[in-house]
Design a protein around this ligand. Structure first.
Ligand SMILES: [Zn+2]
Length: 140
């Protein structure tokens, strides 16, 4: 049974305050910085921090857990799911956001007050799970 489509308001609510941390993307929780993946691959180690606009690619697992797959500076932004990671049978989204430092309570019990979170979220693209079944030709 397909999962219900999320609305843009759903997405904004789910991503606002989300900590910029995942298996794919690690921030420096003490300095409150994160790097654009494309910049890092190009050898540019410029840090992104509070107040910077970023573009974030996210993928939903099992219908409720969002995982950040990539964080980009505005120069390296990719605005469509299909271009960023390809369409899959999971909810996926690309959003713009402003980095904030709302802090992070990590699973080990420590608190990082400077940790980056997402604010002022704007949805650039959304691919519901059903698209991954409906358009297998789009997968690559
Ligand atoms: Zn970049």
């Amino acid at each position: 049974m397909p999962l219900p489509r999320r609305t843009e308001a759903d997405l904004r609510r789910e991503f606002t305050g989300l900590v910029v941390e995942s298996l794919a993307v690690r921030q420096d929780v003490d300095r409150g910085t994160v790097r654009c993946g494309a910049c890092a691959r190009a050898g540019d180690d410029a840090d992104l921090g509070v107040g910077d606009i970023v573009v974030v690619v996210l993928r939903n697992y099992e219908g409720f857990t969002w995982e950040i797959q990539d964080v980009s500076c505005t120069e390296h932004r990719v605005e469509r799911v299909a271009d960023a990671v390809g369409i899959e049978a999971e909810d996926q989204a690309v959003v713009s956001a402003v980095l904030e430092a709302a802090g992070y309570h990590s699973p080990d019990g420590s608190y990082h007050p400077e940790a980056l979170t997402l604010g002022d979220v704007g949805v650039l693209d959304y691919s519901p799970a059903e698209d991954g079944y409906a358009e297998p030709s789009d997968r690559d």
